[in-house]
Design a protein around this ligand. Sequence first.
Ligand SMILES: Nc1ncnc2c1ncn2[C@@H]1O[C@H](COP(=O)(O)OP(=O)(O)OP(=O)(O)O)[C@@H](O)[C@H]1O
Length: 447
Amino acid sequence: MWPLDLSFLWHSNYFWVYLLIRDHLVRNDPYYSRVSRAVLLLHRSRIQYTKKVKVVVAQVSQDPTGFTASSSSLVQSSFPTQPQRRRSESSIGTLRDMAGSPVIALYITICCLAFVMSKIIISFLLYKRWAGKRRIIEDSLSGGRMVVFRSPAAQSLSSKAFMKKTMKLSNKDIIGSGGFGTVYRLTVDDKTAFAVKRLNKGNKDTDRGFERELHAMGDIKHRNIVSLHGYYIAAQFNLLIYELMPNGSLDTLLHGKSSKQKPLDWPTRYRIAAGAARGISYLHHDCIPHIIHRDIKSSNILLDRNMEARVSDFGLATLMHPDQTHVSTIVAGTFGYLAPEYFDTGRATTKGDVYSFGVVLLELLTGKRPTDESFIEEGTKLVTWVKDVVKDERQEQAVDSTLSCFPTEEVKEAFQIAEKCLESDPSKRPAMAEVLKMLEQISSLIN
Ligand SMILES: Nc1ncnc2c1ncn2[C@@H]1O[C@H](COP(=O)(O)OP(=O)(O)OP(=O)(O)O)[C@@H](O)[C@H]1O
């Protein structure tokens, strides 16, 4: 009976195809979208072809019951009734008679050829993807090593002109600076620009671990994460090449002094909160190995041209294995955003990131920095102050004064989510995936 249903051979293909297209689910990459559509099309035509062949086989065997018409009849035949058993015995008899039939020979040949071809094509695509993931350009100009991860945006990085532009970066190109170094805007042409972060040089030993981490970061593609396009390692400095976020950081948007800057409205704030939660949730739950960010704060949440939130700065991120729930570390991160247990134990956990996200959510709601001077004067801090406000049901008074109108119920819900994230006992804090779910439920209130 084996020639009649060769579909089991195909099922092994689906696993490889899954490997090929799984990223599409999160990336929305047009290439994988095309591949998945082609696979679906092939799958449907295979089913149709198999049906047609089975009909032909049934006709050739002049079997009016069409014993091969569907796999369900094969399943049924595992527990055959009396008439079914008689019918299948006659079918097997007919099969034996048909062993030499040219139609069956043709069917087997086509199935085997298609199977072999499909394996070759899928292996080729997987190899191409693996080989094309990263390409290395050796920079002979300054003796450094540049690695560029393949992506549509980074196509233009292949030329030496890019290296020359990088070497010419000056103070006028600076767009920001932080604890780890200075960030420059690098314009390749009218349409292409990148953010280049210049890091102070570590020693050779840290380079190897540093490169390993960067390669893992290069693999992370998500609509709420700032992509790393490549890096450059030289004797005096290291450069990280990031996607440029035209709308800057949430920190600047909320607390910037520019008079031209319009205050953020509630729907934008809500979208930023949900986007950032989605990005962090992806790092915590969907990346293998899982990633703890360790420095979630408003200056590490950047905004793309559509004001979609992107989590950035994995300079402090630590890769951990799936079976590990925490990593030990010296205290790092930013004061005001760190979970209380972090000071005691020095251990970074995903729940620590949840706490920091809770602080960012409060920043979005109140428009105040966690280290706002008014809190210091009153001898309190943002988190303690908000907890009192929520307890007394005075949320409306705590909302950012630049928010002229806002939906009270949704804002109250958001305060409650922030409060859950800020539980002092980490085990009582929700996981980031739950935080995202709760935030998404607010949007169902909006609609
Ligand atoms: N990819 C980017 N696109 C646009 N602007 C960026 C990008 N990365 C960083 N910046 C800008 O540069 C500023 C400094 O970033 P950087 O990550 O170096 O420091 P930080 O996040 O402020 O502090 P820390 O280094 O302590 O994390 C950011 O606040 C942001 O305004």
